[in-house]
Design a protein. Structure first.
Length: 270
């Protein structure tokens, strides 16, 4: 090898080990690996180059949501029980996380609205709204434990999911929103359920699980979320074998997630 070639070796090595190009896939990959700072950084980097793409901000809102769910150990609790949030828990949520989440949510809605004014069948914008309003619903219901306050976001997310599937039935992520809405409404007291009118939602928890299972099989961005949610529901219903199988499928795709691997280690294998 001549001296001229040697001059380029450091540059070649740097290119081989440079950070991956920011993408929505990278944001969700880091999110489900529970690398939340990396997920948020990837979302911001993607937004800098794609400021008009509502998915940039929808993915960032999801990153904030998962960070708080993990911090508060939401997956280890009864997620669908409404309770008054304590002062200590409110401190744990933190003003910075809530502010960042709300800003990402607002940016999703504004950029998606711009896109839909140009093309009301823009599936990318509708998917971003499904994800972001779903995150809004989940932040209220699962993090802040305000099931009644999550109703309006759940209603909006359901409407976007139905519109999205009417345009492109192949988008499987919409099943998560539809299933979660069904399960959420079925989990509240009957008096409240009677008041929670959401399009094509009956409050049938079994149906909700079945719809989320569709996303767990074929979703693109929300498949791992559906797997984690179903694993928790299965545990609550004493379906431990199915819960383990769902977490094993999750861990196979996201081996860096030590939290899920630790949970699997505690579970019986049969």
């Amino acid at each position: 090898m001549n001296r001229f070639s040697l001059l380029f070796l450091p540059a070649l090595a740097l290119n081989c080990f440079s950070a991956p190009e920011p993408s929505i896939e990278l944001v969700f990959n880091r999110l489900y690996s529970f690398q939340f700072e990396e997920s948020q950084s990837a979302a911001r980097a993607y937004a800098q180059k794609n400021s008009a793409d509502p998915m940039a901000y929808a993915s960032l809102s999801a990153a904030y949501l998962f960070c708080e769910m993990n911090r508060l150990q939401v997956f280890n609790k009864d997620m669908f029980k409404e309770e008054k949030i304590s002062g200590e828990q409110a401190k744990k949520i933190g003003a910075a996380a809530k502010s960042g989440f709300e800003e990402a949510l607002a940016r999703t809605k504004s950029t998606a609205s711009d896109a839909l004014r140009k093309n009301d069948r823009d599936t990318n914008a509708l998917l971003a709204l499904v994800i972001a309003t779903g995150a809004e619903r989940d932040f209220a219901a699962l993090v802040e434990k305000r099931l009644k306050d999550s109703y309006y976001a759940a209603k909006a997310s359901q409407e976007y999911a139905l519109k999205l599937q009417a345009i492109d039935p192949a988008i499987q992520d919409a099943w998560f929103t539809r299933g979660f809405s069904e399960y959420l409404v079925g989990s509240v007291p009957f008096v409240i359920r009677w008041l929670m009118k959401i399009e094509q939602v009956d409050g049938d928890k079994k149906k909700g699980v079945e719809l989320m299972e569709k996303c767990a099989r074929g979703g693109r961005y929300l498949k791992p979320f559906a797997q984690m949610m179903l694993a928790t529901i299965y545990q609550k219903d004493k379906r431990m074998k199915e819960s383990r199988q769902m977490l094993e499928a999750f861990a196979a795709d996201h081996p860096e997630n030590q939290v899920v691997r630790n949970e699997l280690a505690k579970m019986p294998k049969s």
